[in-house]
Design a protein around this ligand. Structure first.
Ligand SMILES: Cc1ncc(COP(=O)(O)OP(=O)(O)O)c(N)n1
Ligand code: 3NM
Ligand code: MG
Length: 219
């Protein structure tokens, strides 16, 4: 892995499953359950609301010692002092994000199922490579499909590898065995009560404890 990232559960927020009124309680439950990385992903709120939510989430994550990344928006990450940003292929230039956020920032890049995108992401300074979607996703049904073999092939790039898309505690094991360091999860984690979210997070952590050689998170 890297100095910046630990293997484990990567919790991603969602306007539908973590609406503003439950956002903080939901993420707090995921952190209690052992999430090692959080992404604020909000496609629907106003910029004022996004600023408020990102600020609150950043305090929560900072207190828990867990990095918060902002999806799509390096400016918002900079404004709230978040640990970094996740960028898709159409979300702007990673080197501009790096200039804005600095060398310590975590920059993750979507690579879909394509190793050539992963090589380019590495050259552009990515801190992790994200592949997906591995299963049917209610959150992003149109995302291009990927096979678990791409995770194994991407190990040669020697960067942390994230898997995303329809992942639940019941279907996650093959992805860790194929080489995923981080499992990025929305629907398989969020929704329901804080107790349910914490329980699901712990189930992911148990999988990492069983199958990932570098997993060290303790509860
Ligand atoms: C960890 C992680 N992987 C992939 C994505 C998807 O990013 P992108 O392709 O830019 O799509 P949107 O999330 O912006 O809809 C992600 N957000 N996080
Ligand atoms: C945001 C996102 N990106 C994907 C990709 O494949 O790039 S799949 C996805 C949705 C992840 O949510 P869920 O865990 O509910 O499927
Ligand atoms: Mg994006």
């Amino acid at each position: 892995m890297s100095q910046k990232l630990q293997p484990g559960l990567y919790a991603i927020t969602d306007n539908r499953l973590t609406p503003p009124e439950t956002l903080l309680d939901s993420v707090e439950a995921a952190l209690r359950g052992g999430a090692v990385l959080v992404q604020y992903r909000d496609k629907g709120s106003s910029s004022a609301e996004r600023l408020r939510q990102a600020t609150d989430l950043n305090s929560l994550c900072r207190n828990a010692g867990v990095p918060l990344l902002i999806n799509d928006d390096p400016q918002l990450a900079h404004r709230v002092g978040a640990a970094g940003v996740h960028m898709g292929q159409d979300d702007g230039a990673p080197d501009e994000a790096r200039r804005l956020l600095g060398p310590e920032a975590i920059i993750g890049i979507t690579c879909h199922h394509r190793l050539e995108l992963a090589r380019a992401a590495k050259s552009a300074g990515a801190d992790y490579l994200a592949f997906g979607r591995f299963y049917n996703s209610g959150t992003k049904p149109g995302a291009p499909a990927a096979e678990a073999t791409v995770l194994t092939e991407a190990r040669t790039l020697a960067l942390p590898i994230t898997a995303i898309g329809g992942i639940t505690a019941d279907n996650a094991e093959p992805l860790i065995l194929a080489g995923a360091d981080l499992l990025a999860v929305v629907g398989g984690l969020f929704g329901g009560t804080p107790t349910e979210i914490e329980t699901r997070a712990k189930q992911f952590c148990q999988l990492f404890a069983r199958h990932h050689p570098l997993y060290t998170h303790s509860d």
